[in-house]
Design a protein around this ligand. Structure first.
Ligand code: XBP
Ligand code: MG
Length: 238
């Protein structure tokens, strides 16, 4: 299959947990730095953050935390706090704290060499994606992706299908898309958009239910173009 084939493949990568293990040492640390800078005595430890991850989106996660654990802070400016958190995240990423998962760069290169399209479908902020890809793959890395859908592009974040549906609208009609995800929320989003999905287990989401996945892997080492092709041939079960 090449990009000129009647069915032109596009491999749509999730970001957090999939391209890189960004959550524990990236987003979580950045949230805590922003809380401290704002004079808040909140601290999201590794275990609590695992629970909070069920809420996708940083602003939504802060709002959920306030509702559950800090109702006295209902007046906090969530948008400002989140903007500072993303600034802290960009600093961490630029300092090299977060690397791509082993095998990701190799797979991206192979997809490009095959003439297939690359895409990103994430519920994180665009600034975070830009910071990560620039640090990990170099300046202009985002231009390698035919479609880049981020949290601010959609009304509803994963597990809603909006982000994947938008990606499909931005790709040529003959595209055969395959998603690569690490979480149940991501899998449900892609599945609801009718996109077959491979799961590569990550630190925080390894124990989740991936029943709807075309295949589940523990690492990218086991994934090659043939594996992607097999998954592309499958339609998601109803
Ligand atoms: C990951 C998320 C994000 C990040 C934080 O989604 O849920 O909310 O934790 O990012 P995905 P923001 O795996 O789909 O990328 O603070 O920018 O929202
Ligand atoms: Mg993810």
């Amino acid at each position: 299959m090449t990009s000129n084939s009647p069915l032109s493949p596009a491999i749509l990568f999730d970001v957090d947990g999939t391209l890189a293990e960004t959550e524990r040492d990236g987003h979580r640390v950045a949230f805590n730095r922003a809380f401290a800078a704002a004079g808040l005595d909140w601290h999201w430890d590794e275990r609590l953050y695992g629970e909070l991850l069920r809420v996708t989106g940083g602003k939504e996660r802060i709002a959920f935390y306030i509702e559950r654990w800090a109702p006295q802070s209902a007046g906090v400016d969530i948008a400002a706090l989140h903007a500072d958190k993303n600034r802290c995240y960009a600093e961490l990423v630029a300092a090299g704290v977060i690397a791509l998962r082993p095998g990701v760069a190799r797979l991206i290169d192979a997809i490009e060499r095959a003439g297939w399209r690359l895409g990103i479908v994430t519920t994180t902020s665009r600034a975070n994606v830009e910071a990560l890809l620039q640090a990990a793959l170099g300046a202009g890395a985002l231009n390698r992706f035919a479609v880049v859908v981020c949290g601010e592009d959609v009304a509803r974040k994963k597990p809603a299908p909006d982000a994947y549906q938008l990606a499909l609208r931005q790709l040529p009609p003959e595209t055969r898309a395959l998603a690569i995800e690490d979480s149940r929320n991501g899998l449900l989003a892609a599945h609801a958009a009718g996109i077959p999905t491979l799961v590569v287990r990550s630190l925080y989401c390894a124990g989740e239910d991936f029943g709807e996945a075309a295949a589940v892997f523990d690492a990218f080492d086991a994934l090659d173009l043939a594996g992607l092709q097999r998954a592309l041939a499958r339609r998601p079960s109803a």
